[in-house]
Design a protein around this ligand. Structure first.
Ligand SMILES: O=P(O)(O)OC[C@H]1O[C@H](O[C@H]2O[C@H](CO)[C@@H](O)[C@H](O)[C@H]2O)[C@H](O)[C@@H](O)[C@@H]1O
Length: 266
């Protein structure tokens, strides 16, 4: 963990302001950057079982229009997976923890020159899923996720197995992301933050003030860059003084997004 991230993590324990108390930029001046799982959507037992409330789809479509297309999903999921979940809607996105990007809802997903995992290491890491039938392996191309929500007792064994492989390959550029009931492993050469920085260089995002909402450890890289982008950061589920405000749960985020549509149209 870099010292900047360590500092961020340390401060993620203290209080922050409720999101409702923070003054938002006008929709025609901001870029809305939204994490998916645990932020827009409630957690489900497995990645494919998430449910997108129809009202959320409606809200996201309207906000996409009101921001002239500057609304992007910023996720650990691949863009292909994001499209399956939100089908038939397609939105701009940073996917795969920064490995992929799509600038326009009508555009193609493009790789962001993210380095892949070494194939041999990847297959050794994937084999960890065989510890128990309750572990779900998600191969996202650029990264692997070992889900243990259905087998919480395997958490320790998963992390110990990953640590053993890392110890045998001390120079391999691997990053381990401890998510919500998931251990994710990717190349260390990209993050959600590198994806967001790239996204913000392009139309329709460039020149706008980013507003990022996320709930997870992987979102901390984006919280950390919001000040230099003159952006606003919001956390979900935990209070923090590195963010501008917080939400208690995804339902509050969804309601807040609906409220943004009350801004006068300029
Ligand atoms: O960056 P995000 O959009 O928040 O995605 C993070 C990971 O989310 C998914 O896993 C999580 O959500 C699942 C569905 O609720 C849940 O079953 C799992 O336990 C969670 O870890 C997704 O499967 C991962 O690929 C994302 O990286």
């Amino acid at each position: 963990m870099t010292s900047k991230l360590a500092e961020t993590a340390k401060r993620l324990t203290s209080d922050s302001t409720p999101a409702s108390a923070i003054s938002m930029p006008r929709l025609d001046q901001c870029a809305l950057l939204l994490d998916i799982d645990g932020t827009l959507l409630d957690f489900a037992p497995t990645p494919r079982e998430v449910w997108v409330p129809p009202e959320l789809e409606h809200t996201l479509r309207q906000l996409h229009d009101r921001t002239s297309g500057a609304l992007a999903l910023v996720s650990g999921r691949s863009i292909n997976d994001i499209d399956l979940i939100f089908a038939p809607m397609k939105l701009p996105a940073v996917g795969g923890h920064g490995a992929e990007m799509r600038l326009l809802s009508s555009g193609e997903a493009v790789a962001t020159h993210a380095p892949p995992l070494d194939p041999e290491l990847k297959s050794r890491l994937a084999a960890i899923a065989r510890i128990s039938p309750g572990i779900l392996l998600e191969d996202k191309g650029y990264s692997l996720a070992l889900h243990y929500r259905l087998a919480p007792h395997t958490e320790k064994a998963i992390y110990e197995s990953v640590a053993a492989i890392r110890a045998e390959n001390p120079h391999a550029p691997l990053e381990v992301l401890p998510g919500k009931s998931v251990c994710e492993i990717k190349h260390s050469g990209f993050t959600k933050a590198t994806g967001v920085i790239e996204l913000m260089k392009h139309h329709p995002f460039t020149g706008r003030r980013p507003v990022f909402i996320g709930d997870d450890v992987t979102d901390e890289t984006v919280f950390a860059i919001m000040p230099e982008l003159q952006g606003l950061a919001f956390s979900v589920g935990r209070h923090s003084d590195v963010v501008d405000g917080h939400f208690e749960e995804p339902r509050d985020v969804r309601e807040w997004l609906v409220g943004l549509l009350d801004q006068p149209v300029t």
